[in-house]
Design a protein around this ligand. Structure first.
Ligand code: SF4
Length: 354
């Protein structure tokens, strides 16, 4: 093993001291080094986050999007996609189903769809919080500060807004008409408004290097995020990046493990994307630092249309089947299912007055 790799691993005992160079070295690990990196990340996850896995039920309630991101199947110009919108009552019914299955968090996710006014979404959040004993995460993209404030007042607990890449030039190319600066501004608003904040990035984007991925982790540490969704880029033929190479399982796991070392207290999902590129992707991710899985609770009839990337797993599963698949994945990784909300550790300590 390289000396610099061993030195970086040693520095991981003080996560705040891990530098971008250290993380680049970790992410560039060879096979033998990777095994060591994964072992340490798993150890840190177990010590800091415990062995329970939090299940967050995702409801993908609209695939309309006004944006035109080059990598995403939901992009505005993708005319091959059959579009759908769920009605507020349907979304709430989905949340009931998720809670009935045992999810203590419901994630409401959509493209950037102006059809849903802030009032409408706030009302949905309010009704879910009033009726069900669940935490609510919103993932509906760029909105104004006032709109985020309204969702928060309605009871939303968390907001997921991935920065996707820390490379400002690449960000602007991949997400036309937007900037990394604007995205980070929104992440700061969310923090100021009292949300538990989630971000994240893709692995394997064209033009990305190990150094960029290390920068993604450093950025999330600086932004003090409480959740980080790290998954492979999967090219979609219905997008301009359709013929690019996608992210690999190996690179995704190394980035995930490095993130666990630098961000020990952060919730890290074993993503659906990693399960899509490899049949054991989620189990492997759970063994490299992940502690969250998001079963898909979207009604079956809409699933095929929420295709950010192709061949997404579980397209023919009912919510019940998705949930039980995820439970089996967790158990096969030798872990147990959390029955708590899975709030951020920071939030839980605040509630406990620590
Ligand atoms: S990544 Fe998000 S904002 Fe961009 S096209 Fe897809 S759904 Fe819309």
């Amino acid at each position: 093993m390289r000396t610099e790799f061993l030195e970086a691993l040693e520095r991981a005992s003080k996560p705040e001291e891990l530098t971008k160079d250290d993380l680049t070295v970790l992410i560039s690990a060879d096979k033998e080094e990777s095994a060591e990196l994964f072992r340490l990340a798993d150890q840190v996850r177990s010590r800091v986050m415990g062995d329970e896995v939090h299940l967050r039920g995702v409801i993908e309630f609209s695939n309309y999007c006004r944006k035109n991101c080059l990598y995403c199947g939901l992009r505005r110009d993708n005319s091959a996609l059959l579009r759908y919108r769920m009605k507020p009552d349907e979304i709430i019914e989905g949340a009931r189903r998720a809670a009935g299955l045992g999810c203590r968090t419901v994630v409401l996710q959509s493209g950037e769809d102006g059809f849903y006014s802030a009032q409408m979404l706030a009302e949905v959040v309010f009704r879910i919080k009033k009726e069900l004993d669940v935490a609510v995460t919103l993932s509906v993209g760029d909105r104004s500060r006032e709109e985020y404030a309204l969702f928060k007042e309605a009871g939303a607990d968390r907001y997921l807004l991935k920065h996707e890449t820390c490379d400002a030039k690449l960000f602007a190319e991949l997400r036309p008409g937007t900037s990394l600066k604007g995205r980070l501004k929104r992440l700061r608003w969310l923090r100021e408004l009292g949300y538990q904040v989630g971000s994240g990035n893709m692995v394997g984007l064209p033009g990305q290097t190990a150094e960029t991925l290390a920068g993604d982790i450093i950025l999330m540490r600086e932004m003090e995020v409480e959740m980080a969704g790290i998954g492979p880029f999967i090219p979609n033929k219905q997008t301009p990046l359709g013929s690019c190479k996608g992210g690999t399982l190996e690179m995704t796991l190394k980035t995930l493990a490095a993130a666990r070392l630098a961000l020990p207290c952060v919730h890290l999902p074993a993503t659906t994307a990693v399960a899509t590129i490899h049949p054991s992707g989620r189990v492997k991710a759970l063994q490299c630092g992940a502690n969250v899985i998001m079963p898909n609770i979207t009604p079956l009839k809409y699933r095929e249309s929420y295709l950010i990337y192709p061949d997404k797993i579980g397209l023919n599963d009912t919510p019940e089947e998705s949930y039980s698949r995820v439970v089996n994945t967790v158990l096969s990784a030798g872990r147990s299912i959390s029955r708590g909300y899975g709030h951020s550790l920071k939030y839980e300590r605040k509630c406990a007055g620590i």
